[in-house]
Design a protein around this ligand. Structure first.
Ligand SMILES: Cc1cc2nc3c(=O)[nH]c(=O)nc-3n(C[C@H](O)[C@H](O)[C@H](O)COP(=O)(O)OP(=O)(O)OC[C@H]3O[C@@H](n4cnc5c(N)ncnc54)[C@H](O)[C@@H]3O)c2cc1C
Length: 383
């Protein structure tokens, strides 16, 4: 059978585990963390205890060793409770994927194993203050000096940076070479010269931390070079190719929560003598929201399925991330509309969903860049 939509018993178990954790432990804290910008480290530790972190690291190195579709199933469940917490939980997958892809067995044994054996956070350092979309133009310098490299520069908007004990970092050996000069490194937090700068005060996803990372003459031993010199851009892009799809799933989770709240409210709230759900304009909104959510999930799961079956999925992962995050914005917007004035108030959860969903259109490659990828991949068929 080439394709099917029935989850396996293991996938249903994972889904139930993530849904229970999300409902019982994440959701009750979501509003407070959002309001106060708290970073609920106990929840992240609990996610690690349950095997809901380090999802993409092989079990032999202490990760959960899950397929991409399984990661998407988990991401949707968690994000239905809190998008920000989910971003912080998934950030380890993003940060560790370069090691999964380009790390040697020795590096995986030395770095991934102790990292995954306890609760730790890692960060992925690609974006810089001068620009994120044009990653080939990054400015952080790496200079080879004997048996080590010296890093100088700054990374910005780095998820979990204040709490991370490990960073995967992209720096250039020669800016003139653009993508061909970029090299990836594994950098422990306690490396002298590495410091954390400004922590951002964000519009949404406020349970996740975001900060600048500064490198001042940071010595990185040769053993922490990821892949070969000049391979970093490829490693970074391959990483994002696989972590983009779970962002589509994260957007589905936020959108699902918004739709569920809107549907329930529409059955309770009355106007002109009947529940607002019985007004055609509201029913049509709910129908459109359901259509967009269903399409988002199908695109996301198909993209994950392709990767899990060994296919290249640059086009499909960009489509999934782009469509799902745009759809999540429309769904959350309509959820606020269904709630009327109450939707605009912080006492109700729907305005948070809109703020949280917005980030999905920006990070891991802004949707404008996804559309470039989609057009390029698609046009290739006609060249
Ligand atoms: C909360 C948060 C967490 C993040 N976490 C991380 C992280 O953990 N690690 C990390 O490395 N990065 C992270 N990022 C960075 C994120 O990936 C970048 O913000 C994103 O890639 C866009 O880069 P930029 O912000 O520099 O925007 P710019 O590149 O300056 O772009 C600005 C605008 O111009 C558009 N644009 C740029 N070039 C083109 C073009 N050629 N055609 C059409 N439109 C274009 C963009 O789409 C965008 O709308 C995070 C960002 C945020 C906000």
């Amino acid at each position: 059978m080439p394709i099917g939509f029935e989850l396996t018993a293991e996938q249903k178990e994972l889904q139930a585990l993530a849904a229970k954790f999300a409902k019982e432990e994440m959701a009750p804290r979501a509003a407070e963390c959002d309001k106060k910008g708290l970073f609920p480290e106990d929840i992240y530790r609990r996610a690690w205890e349950l095997g809901l972190m380090n999802l993409n690291v092989a079990t032999e190195y202490g990760g959960s060793g899950l397929a991409l579709l399984d990661q998407c199933i988990i991401a949707e469940e968690l994000a239905a409770a809190c998008g920000g917490m989910t971003t912080s939980i998934l950030a380890n997958c993003l940060a560790l994927q370069p090691i999964n892809l380009a790390g040697t067995p020795e590096q995986k044994e030395r770095i991934l194993k102790p990292f995954c054996a306890d609760y730790h956070l890692a960060s992925f350092g690609l974006t810089e203050p001068s620009g994120g979309s044009d990653a080939a133009a990054l400015k952080t310098r790496a200079e080879k000096k004997g048996d080590h490299y010296v890093l100088n520069g700054q990374k910005c908007f780095i998820t979990n940076a204040p709490q991370a004990s490990l960073f995967t970092v992209f720096a250039t050996l020669d800016p003139e070479k653009r993508d061909k000069g970029i090299t990836a490194f594994i950098v422990p937090r306690d490396s002298p010269g590495l410091s954390i700068g400004k922590e951002e005060d964000k519009m949404g996803q406020r349970a996740s931390s975001t900060a600048t990372v500064i490198f001042e003459d940071v010595k990185v031993p040769e053993q922490n070079l990821l892949g070969k010199e000049g391979e970093g851009f490829r490693v970074g892009m391959m990483t994002l190719d696989s972590t983009r799809t779970p962002i589509g799933a994260l957007a589905c989770g936020i959108a699902r929560a918004a739709l569920d709240h809107a549907a329930k409210y529409s059955l309770e709230r009355t106007s002109f003598g009947k529940p607002i759900a019985q007004h055609q304009a509201i029913a049509a909104k709910l129908a459109n929201m359901a259509i967009e959510l269903e399409a988002s999930r199908l695109l996301t799961w198909r993209s994950a399925w392709l990767v899990d079956h060994g296919h290249r999925a640059s086009l499909e992962s960009s489509i999934a991330k782009c469509f799902s995050s745009d759809a999540a914005m429309r769904i959350c917007d309509e959820a606020i509309q269904v709630f009327g004035g109450y939707g605009y108030m912080k006492d109700y959860p729907v305005e948070k969903y809109l703020r949280d969903a917005k980030l999905c259109q920006i990070y891991e490659g802004a949707n404008e860049i996804q559309r470039q990828v989609i057009a390029r991949e698609f046009l290739r068929r006609f060249a």
